[in-house]
Design a protein around this ligand. Sequence first.
Ligand code: M6R
Length: 601
Amino acid sequence: MCGIVGYTGINQVLPKLLKGLEKLEYRGYDSAGVYVNNGVNEDFLVREQGRVSMLELATKNKGISGTAGIAHTRWATHGGVSVKNAHPHMSSDGRFYLVHNGVIENYDVLRDTYLKDIKLNSETDTEIAVQLIDKFAKEEELSAVDAFRKMISLLDENSAYGFLLMDRQTPGLLYTAKKKSPLLIGVAEEGNVVTSDAAAMLDVTNDFIELMDGETAIISKDKVSLFDEHGVEIVREPFTINIDASETDKGVYPYYMLKEVDEQAVVARTLSQHYFDEEGHIKNIDSQITEAIKKADRIYIVAAGTSYHAGLVGKRYFEQWTGIPTEVHIASEFAYDQPLLSNKPFFIFLSQSGETADSREVLDNIVKQGYPSLTIANVMNSTLTREADFALPILAGPEIAVASTKAYTAQVIVEAILAYAVGDADIDLKHELARVAVEMQVIIDQKEVFNDIAKTALHNRHSAFYIGRGLDAAVAVEAALKLKEISYVQTEGFAAGELKHGTISLIEEGTPVFALLTQEKTAGLVRGEIAQVAARGAKTIVLASESIAKENDDYILPNVNELLMPLLAVIPAQLIAYYATLDRGLDVDRPRNLAKSVTVQ
Ligand code: M6R
């Protein structure tokens, strides 16, 4: 978690850093800070608890001027949410300033071994790192970069870091290093940047050099020097990221989430164009991928959160269309409790960010065991896409709201396309997806219906349920996550048949129970379950597909191929969550305690 941005160039740095931080707020937003050096012996450190907008206010009227600086937005790991724990952290004598993304696992040992005499100003692991740099520079008369490297050499193997350092004695230089946490160096005519996410610096450049684990770099306004883990200088060409800076703006929307929900039909069409040719044959999926999957006797889908939920839907496509048994696993569980594997497993990692630490841990483990893997992700060039054998993009465009929406539907679509490419489904998937895109738009255009449902069913309610069977049960867990994570209404997603085995005791007068009914085979049973909760006072809200719907159902979903109904059924749930959250006056895009990209385990 945490967002890092730095710039050294010919222009004023503060506006660039603040703008970059705004774009990075999705990575954490409990405090933020900035350090600027004007190159002629004046520097500025400002840190604030709360959002980047608070930091922006705090920097006003301070006469901050300078063309080099670093900044950070934090998601607390070591130490509570406070100004003193906000980054950048400063060495005691005010010489070094450091921002950090990651966790230093052995920070307490380092503190007790090396820093007994130093008065620490924060509870963070990061301050230990900057104090160590200062100590080594002073006591061993090391240059900034050598002191930086010495500090890094003391971190234990479980530590993760993206570091960005400035030294008052070399005001125009940025020092950076990374292991397990993403960092990119951006190059431009006007200067160079360092960032944990390219999206934050697209106003400056689209050309980035990837920093690999163990490497360090020294960056000035007109030069980037890259060093391998032994300190030997290396050369790496930049690559271009083809994202327009405007894609990461909210545009006319009040919240990113609404924009991203709205984009789903376009993303579905983009995916069709990318993965199908005119005749409906698959393209852009290397035959090495399909061949590797065909050789497998079992597919293991590994992911977290919403991506895990997309896996629950995808399992059906792989099993039905390829005939290969498929298991879906929560990454954080799999990582430390690996199940007994089949003889020829094939691993599929699903991830929006491609940086989720829990999934990375599993990928690390299975690479060591020599198993083949594919990552399906939104952010290509991310760790999970780089470190798996194969990667496929979901082409959803930047997803900024913490609540994942378009990445979910895009992941489900790519899973369907991949299963279709491997197996022999008896449908024209290109044609079916075209219908899905049309019907997605129909649902999206009926926002007011969901606004009304959210207000009537959820106003002042503290708990809710989503129920369904089969694929609807898979969507129910995602629907529940959407509602609970942003509106804070405690919501459970349930296989409808399970209710009577315990949970039905929670139903009381007015408890909202949303029922998803898109699967013909089990529709009658779910109708029975709806009646059972209604008889106990629940306020039922029935979202049924056209062919199953009855008079008085609350929303009729257009019909598409039943296997693809999750792509439609999830949209009302996303919009109900959005409007319930608005109704409560909460920040839709930035729910408390969360961050978009979960880069710590
Ligand atoms: O980037 P990833 O898809 O790997 O992230 C996994 C989860 O953290 C993520 O899906 C999370 O559950 C969503 N932001 C919730 O809406």
